[in-house]
Design a protein around this ligand. Structure first.
Ligand SMILES: O=C(CO)[C@H](O)[C@H](O)COP(=O)(O)O
Length: 227
């Protein structure tokens, strides 16, 4: 599995050119991409490439690997954003947010000229929600109220708990995460919009109609899916 992640991360480098501003995603697959990108920059095979991190994780990895970073508010445009995903459906709609970085990820990936997604074949599903819940970033004081609202969608929501800290996961933005399991997601775009209409929801992990290209690591090689 790690080799599949590495292979898509290597393939993603082919999309990066001199003078690009690159959105840096979060997670284990993108971590390989950031590492390889840093190597090319250090070896001067790429020049004037800057990364816009989607999380503290991405920022730390970029600094560690020699990728110069800039903030979203310092750039006029993002040429390409590269990130992983937890599920990809046949229309290239995604669920993201296992790493709790979904809000900055969506802001940066929405702004990017091209949004390139890196996954291994285990992430492909027929319908979103088949394997993983939909993460929802919420204002802490509103978590219970929002969990109740979500039941209206024939779903259950659970507050995500931390593993190396007592109590709930706190996102890079200081919020909580609810993991919502829906009985069936028929229209991802509609659900994405509806969830964001609940007061107190900051953002949710459905990324409908935003991915441009998905590179899938398979045992037979890297496959490219395009919308
Ligand atoms: O959405 C994310 C973080 O918020 C990640 O991109 C997603 O969870 C995929 O991670 P990995 O490449 O480790 O499987």
């Amino acid at each position: 599995m790690e080799e599949l992640k590495r292979s898509v991360a290597r393939e993603a480098l082919k999309f990066i050119e001199d003078d690009m501003i690159v959105g840096l995603g979060t997670g284990s697959t993108t971590a390989y991409f950031i590492e390889y990108l840093g190597k090319l920059i250090m070896e001067e095979e790429l020049e004037d490439v800057y990364g816009v991190p989607t999380s503290y994780q991405a920022r730390l990895l970029a600094l560690e690997n020699g990728v110069p970073v800039v903030g979203l508010d310092e750039v006029d445009a993002i040429d390409i954003a590269v990130d992983g995903a937890d599920e990809v459906d046949p229309h290239l709609n995604l669920i993201k947010g296992r790493g709790a970085a979904l809000t900055m990820e969506k802001i940066i990936e929405y702004r990017a000229g091209t949004f390139l997604v890196l996954v291994d074949e285990s992430k492909l599903v027929e319908r979103l929600g088949q394997k993983v819940p939909v993460p929802i970033e919420v204002i802490p004081a509103a978590w219970r109220a929002i969990a109740e609202e979500i039941e209206v969608f024939n779903a259950t929501a659970e507050l995500r708990m931390a593993s190396k800290k007592d109590g709930p996961v706190v996102t890079d933005n200081g919020n909580f995460i609810l993991d919502a399991r829906f009985h069936r997601i028929d229209d991802p775009l509609d659900l994405e919009i509806e969830l964001n209409n609940i007061p107190g929801v900051v953002e949710n992990g459905i990324f409908a109609d935003i991915a441009d290209i998905v590179l899938v690591g398979t045992r037979e090689g890297v496959k490219r899916l395009e919308r």
